[in-house]
Design a protein around this ligand. Structure first.
Ligand code: ZN
Length: 133
């Protein structure tokens, strides 16, 4: 498990939040991307060695829409960079962690991603992400 690659924040209106984070961080998003399979619009801001990912739901049945219904806007997940996502899944399963999806899938920003179930991680949704080479 390597550095915190990004922090994901669930927002209701990504256009408004893009302007807010642009003012906050002093830099515009370097990438905006729709992930149709996840029903989200994303945008990414660089912040030193990590990134901020904003997520807006495009589908009322998406994870992000449900998260906002339940919790309101806010921190949705913390993503750790890994070299080899398959190896890390095996290691963490042995340690007793439970994954939301059995297999990694393609996420935003050219990454393979997988989420750990928050019930085993103090209520925090943890993402593992590996750059697609
Ligand atoms: Zn993420």
């Amino acid at each position: 498990m390597q550095k915190v690659e990004h922090i994901g924040i669930a927002v209701k209106d990504i256009t408004t939040s893009n302007l807010l984070f642009e003012k906050l961080l002093g830099t515009a998003p370097y990438k905006s991307e729709e992930v149709i399979s996840e029903g989200v619009l994303t945008s990414f801001f660089k912040n030193e060695s990590t990134k901020i990912e904003l997520l807006e739901a495009t589908d009322p049945e998406s994870h992000i829409a449900k998260f906002i219904d339940k919790n309101g806007e806010g921190i949705h997940h913390i993503a750790f960079e890994v070299d080899n996502i398959e190896t890390e899944i095996i290691r963490l399963k042995k340690e007793g962690f439970i994954f939301i999806d059995e297999l990694p899938k393609k996420g935003a920003d050219n990454k393979l991603i997988v989420f750990l179930h928050p019930k085993n991680t103090n209520g925090i949704l943890i993402e593992l992400c590996q750059e697609i080479k």
